[in-house]
Design a binder for this molecule. Sequence first.
Ligand code: FAD
Ligand code: SF4
Ligand code: SF4
Length: 397
Amino acid sequence: MIQISANCVGCGKCVSTCPFGALSLVNRKAVASNACTMCGACVSVCPVKALSLPATGAAKKDLSAYKGVWVFIEISDDGQTQKVRPVGFELLSKGRELADQLGEELCAVVIGNNIQPYFAELSQYGTDKIYAVESPAYARYNTAAYANAMVTLIKKYNPSVVLYPSTYIGRDLSPRISSELFVGLTADCTGLSIKEGNLIQTRPAFGGNIMADIKCPDYRPQMSTVRPNVFKKVATTPGKMAQIVNEMISVPAEASRVRIINTHMDPPAAGMKLDEAEVVIAGGRGMKNQEGFNLLETLADELGGTVGASRAAIDLGLKPKDQQIGQSGVTVSAKLYVACAISGAVQHVVGMEHSDVIIGINKDANAPIFNVCKYGLVGDAHQILPRIIEQVKNAKK
Ligand code: FAD
Ligand code: SF4
Ligand code: SF4
């Protein structure tokens, strides 16, 4: 919690500054509540320097000792087949750009059993090195075992940046590592870039109303999680083989506290997976009812795609929650994305803006969705869609 010294003169300037409503005046002195997130926004406004953040306990690091952009590669296992989750290739592609800007190596970290078959494909994304931790003990994901392996590697090789997929495993693993190393972690980044040697981690903040650029200038490594489909995968070095660095890391006793007795996989949802679909027809509140969504289903069938929805349409019960596209739903990266009667709120746009061709249909010519569209149709979606469906059917004849 923020520290308030006896110097406080009760001017109240800090109270209105706190974005979390954590400060109040009691008997003409500032008092902080548990709502304080230690964001530090109030510190500079105090005219008598009565506010300070507690010392972190971690010594400042020699940043020049940290080199290399690392990507944690997740191996997915549906009980029958194992493969590299595609988000790993997306992160390597982005990682290559960052490594080039920093003048550093791009490295993949693979932990598991029988992992050699993945190395050739992982090498195609500009990967300079693959750190491989292989043992039957790592055959299944275990938080303590994987976190120990990552922390051991990071302490040995000192990377400057480590990227994780924002998947169930990435979200479970990365906070363990950040707390163990006492470094920051920015979740669900939608953009990554380099400025003055620091990683700029862009993500929606304050309910998605602003895009915040977050940097960690004093500590290393800088760590981020990124959702699938946020970055494009680009194989820049086909045929090239990365240097393989095998590491033997024993599993800590702590890992045996968790025993996986059984694994239950939900059967795949009927139809195409939204985050893998090349054509997505999405509907918003303006589609109004099931009849409106039937038009979207028909167009999706004709184009070989699938149907998604904005949160407002989900809230109306027009689609199940797992078909929601956006900040608190799925991120898609389709070849064609048709947004029907969707306003284009930033929380929706962050989940679809990386699609190749975006078409918006909206009766409001000023709807924000048109800012991200390649083509825009202004009019009533209930009238426009049947005409598009008819044209598509005719074109197929
Ligand atoms: P509206 O904003 O109501 O827009 C409807 C649009 O349809 C309007 O532009 C209107 O002009 C148009 N329209 C109406 N009738 C017709 C018609 N007949 N023909 C053509 N156009 C028509 N939203 C998401 O989608 N995904 C998320 O993951 C998400 N996460 C969120 C997370 C947080 C923390 C918060 C605060 C919000 C989140 N939201 C999310 C909600 C988001 O802010 C918007 O409220 C939501 O996207 C609006 O959905 P909509 O565009 O369908 O509805
Ligand atoms: Fe509020 Fe941030 Fe100050 Fe805490 S540090 S009191 S959250 S402004
Ligand atoms: Fe006290 Fe400083 Fe806050 Fe004013 S700004 S109320 S002096 S802590």
